[in-house]
Design a protein around this ligand. Sequence first.
Ligand code: UTP
Length: 472
Amino acid sequence: MDIAAASALLATHGQEHLLGFYEALSPAERTALLEQIAEVDFAQLDRLIATYVLAEPTVPRGEISPPAVVPIRTADGAMIMKKQRAFALGEQWIRQGKVAAFVVAGGQGTRLGYEGPKGCLPATPVRKKPLFQLFAEQLLAANRRYQTTVPLYVMTSPANDVATRSFFRQHGYFGLAETDVFFLVQGTMPAFDFDGKILLESKGGLALSPNGHGGSLTALRKSGALADMASRGVELISYFQVDNPLVRVVDPLFIGLHAMDEAEMSAKVLPKREPLEKLGNVCVVDGRTTVIEYSDMPETLARETTADGHLRFSAGSIAIHILSRPFVEALTGGGGEMALPWHRAAKKVSCVDARGEAVRPTEPNAVKLEMFVFDALPLAKKVVVLETLRSEEFSPIKNASGEDSLASSLHDQVRRAATWLEQAGVRVPRDADGQVAAAIEIGPLLANSAAELAERGDVNPTIASGGTVYLG
Ligand code: UTP
């Protein structure tokens, strides 16, 4: 796109300030800016600005009820049988190569503040393995156990794509075949001021940020990942976030339940710790499974209890999903905009002002728009909601300290390892408060569940109080 075309385009959409410093740019910077402008869909932005930036849409809600959940523990014989059959079916699908793993790792990780992609963060208690290595080792274990290949799809964003790919390359793809690891870059969205003007990050560049994990669905299509999956015979996508070291990357039970019910998208949940816990609420709204963000959940509903004193809306979403490939193909195949809504957030975005001066805001100065993957749930004809245990599958690393930090996650990893060992008959030292009194790590190549560990029968370490033990 040349400067004349760019000027005309921007004038049509009221964004001509983006070229305000054009004359001051070097030839290379000019080219880069024009390329950025050419990539923006301004017609779409006009609609989004009117709907989400200049207005603050409230989502109309219909009748809200709790979802049917496959429970973690049950005395119901039929349900126990169903879960047994589902586990076997899930194993069969994995064995047949019908399952792919998909990690979304395009986020900016601003709360954690780690330099570099979050997946490179050393995140285990003893070996300090990076998150990406943990996931890769789970796949190596699944490949070995089921004599198959579970391909790994890694979504990055423009800001961390090069670093992510080179990290995998430097580490030999952690033992996976290079051809079985597929990287895809997600789309971006500009940040706007409160009048709907796109912000400039510098005189020669738009303030762009990743378009949310909901952007992963379009990215799967545009990158050719869906086509790659189809050519491999992959039917189901096991979706997870990069920040949870306890995630079970391929879970036969979850996969099997989804397959058995011919679901299009499924969700794992756990009982919320307290009514207003900052987890999305999995609900049914007008007959459709829907995640209502904690900030949007009416407080009276969040606090409602059942006759036996439990929270009526207890299903907290932990962002672990199975998606059927044909479902993602259908959602993203229309050629136009995908049907997911956008979410508006007022944020602090560093930028340059109209005089070209750098602005480091102390208060929110911008609107960012993101899509969320869970908004695909109401579009699915059938959804399975599976309950799991927090201690087994969820301890994300979001913050630099406190709750959901590396420290809390390390603690939870040790606690889970200790529980698995104790269930296998190993003595684990504990202090007077019952806390595990050693640093223990179980590598995915040894076991990925208490059952897998117990089934080995050959793991019998002596763990000293205050000691450090790696079992892998
Ligand atoms: P978070 O909501 O925790 O956001 O993402 P974040 O960007 O990682 O962290 P903060 O909010 O800036 O501190 C949850 C998951 O979704 C991915 C993240 O990489 C993480 O795995 N994600 C998020 C994307 O892949 N793309 C996005 O645009 C946003």
